[in-house]
Design a protein around this ligand. Structure first.
Ligand SMILES: [Zn+2]
Length: 411
C-alpha cells in the first residue's frame, strides 16, 4: 500500500473558524489568565472575531471568565482561564503485569489514576479483554457520576495494533489478532465517545510530548522498558506510526544473531538481550508474572555490588545503547526518554548505554541526542492515552457539553 503525504495541511476555508477556535483555546491555556485584548494582540485576529470565538468557547464550557484584573492601566478587562471541567479524557494501558487507567479533564487536572496488577501473560485473551473492559466501565462510570462528559477512551497495548484497533501481535501478552476495540465498543454498549486502541509506546511518547520535561520537543523518542522494549517516535512534531501503524518496534531489531530466543519467534532481538523481562529471567532463572518485586530484587543485588547483577545490567545497557544509536542514526532525535522499569535501573544502564550510543552513531556527539529518564511513572501510556484525546481537542476537534447542548436546544 502506498500512502500519500499526510499531516499538517493548510486550513480549508470552511475550517477557518474551527482553526481559530483552537488557536484561541491554545492561547488561553498557555497564557491564562488573559484578556480578549491579549488574544487579539497576540494572534492577529480582530477584536470582534476574538469576542465571537470566546463566546463560543464559553458556551462549550472550554473557557470561563474570571474576575477583572486590578493591576492594569485603564478599563479593567475580564480575564479568561481554561475551563474544561465538564469533560474528561480517559486513557488505559494494558501491559504484561499491570493495567492502569487515568482520567484528565480539559484543563489538565488529573481526575483519577488507578493501577492494578494483571497477569497479562498467563491470561487467555478473551478473559483479559473482559478484565480490561470491566476496568474501562468503572472509570467511565466514575467520570459520569462526577457529572462529566467522556470525551474519549484510548487504550494502549504492549503490541502491534492496526488502524481498526485489533492487536495483531503481542509477543509478551501472547495475543494474536485480538479485536480489542470492537470488544470494548460492545462491552461499553456502543458509546457516543470514540474508543481508540494504540500501541503503548505511541501513547507514552504523547504523554512526554505534552507533560514531560521535554514537552513540545519536535523530535522526541520514548523507549518503554517493561517486559519488552518498544519505542514511540515523534519526528518533526508528529507521531511516526508508519504505513500500518507498526513503526517503533525497536525491541525486535536483531542485535545478536546467535542470541537468545525472543517472544516474537526470532532470536537475538534487542528485547531478548536488553529487555527487563529478559534481565529478570537471566538473573532469577524464572518467568515472573509480576516484574515489580523482581526488579526490586535486581536493584538490591546491584546496590550490593553483586557481580552477576552488575554485569547483566552493563551488558543490557550496552545493547540498549546500540538500539539508541539506530534511533540516533535514522531519526536524529533531540532526546530519547527511557521509561517503565528502565527508570529505577537507569544508574546501572545509562553509563554503558550512553557510551555505546556515542560509539555507534555516525554524527558527532550522537547527533546531539541526549538520553533522559521519564518522570511520568508506570502509567505513562495511560496518561498518553488521555493526552492524545486532549491533543485532538487542541487541534480543533472541540466538544460541546451535553449541558451546553441542552441549553442551546432550549433557546
Ligand atoms: Zn523479537
Amino acid at each position: 500500500m502506498i500512502t500519500s503525504q499526510a499531516g499538517q495541511q493548510p486550513a480549508d476555508f470552511s475550517d477557518v473558524r474551527a482553526t481559530n477556535l483552537s488557536v484561541v483555546l491554545r492561547f488561553v491555556r498557555a497564557n491564562a489568565p488573559c484578556s480578549r485584548a491579549d488574544i487579539a494582540a497576540s494572534t492577529g485576529l480582530n477584536k470582534a472575531t476574538v469576542s465571537s470565538l470566546v463566546a463560543e468557547l464559553v458556551d462549550r464550557r472550554l473557557v470561563r471568565e474570571t474576575g477583572p484584573t486590578e493591576h492594569r492601566i485603564g478599563r479593567p478587562a475580564t480575564l479568561l482561564v481554561p475551563d474544561g471541567a465538564a469533560y474528561a479524557a480517559i486513557g488505559l494501558e494494558v501491559d504484561t503485569d499491570h493495567l492502569a487507567v487515568v482520567a484528565i479533564d480539559l484543563a489538565g487536572v488529573r481526575l483519577l489514576s488507578w493501577r492494578r496488577a494483571f497477569a497479562g501473560r498467563g491470561t487467555p485473551a478473551a478473559r483479559a479483554v473482559a478484565t480490561v473492559a470491566a476496568l474501562a466501565r468503572r472509570a467511565v462510570a466514575k467520570v459520569i457520576a462526577d457529572d462529566r462528559e467522556v470525551l474519549g477512551l484510548t487504550v494502549g497495548v504492549a503490541g502491534m495494533v492496526d488502524s481498526g484497533g485489533t492487536v495483531r501481535l503481542s509477543p509478551n501478552l501472547g495475543w494474536r489478532d485480538v479485536p480489542l476495540r470492537d470488544s470494548l465498543v460492545r462491552a461499553l454498549d456502543e458509546p457516543a465517545y470514540p474508543i481508540v486502541v494504540e500501541n503503548n509506546s505511541n501513547l507514552a511518547v504523547r504523554a512526554e510530548h505534552r507533560y514531560g520535561p521535554y514537552a513540545g520537543a519536535a523530535n522526541l523518542v520514548y523507549v518503554d522498558g517493561h517486559a519488552g522494549i518498544g519505542a514511540g517516535i515523534i519526528a518533526n512534531g508528529a507521531l511516526l506510526r508508519g504505513g500500518l501503524g507498526y513503526g517503533g518496534e525497536l525491541g525486535h531489531i536483531q542485535v545478536a544473531a546467535d542470541g537468545p530466543r525472543c517472544g516474537c519467534g526470532r532470536a537475538g532481538c534487542l528485547e531478548a538481550v536488553a529487555g527487563v523481562g529478559a534481565l529478570v529471567r537471566d538473573l532469577s532463572g524464572r518467568e515472573p508474572a509480576d516484574l515489580e518485586p523482581e526488579v526490586d530484587d535486581v536493584l538490591r543485588r546491584a546496590r550490593a555490588q553483586d557481580r552477576a547483577a552488575v554485569d547483566a545490567l552493563r551488558s543490557a545497557g550496552e545493547h540498549l545503547g546500540y538500539g539508541m544509536s539506530i534511533l540516533a542514526n535514522v531519526v536524529n532525535p533531540e532526546v530519547i526518554v527511557l521509561g517503565g522499569y528502565f527508570v529505577p535501573l537507569a544508574p546501572w544502564l545509562l553509563p554503558a548505554a550512553e557510551k555505546r550510543m556515542r560509539e555507534c552513531t555516525a554524527a558527532p556527539d550522537a547527533g546531539g541526542c541526549r538520553l533522559a529518564i521519564s518522570s511520568l511513572g508506570h502509567s505513562a501510556a495511560a496518561t498518553g492515552g488521555a493526552a492524545s484525546i486532549l491533543d485532538d481537542v487542541d487541534s480543533g476537534a472541540l466538544p460541546i457539553a451535553n449541558r451546553a447542548r441542552n441549553e442551546v436546544a432550549r433557546l
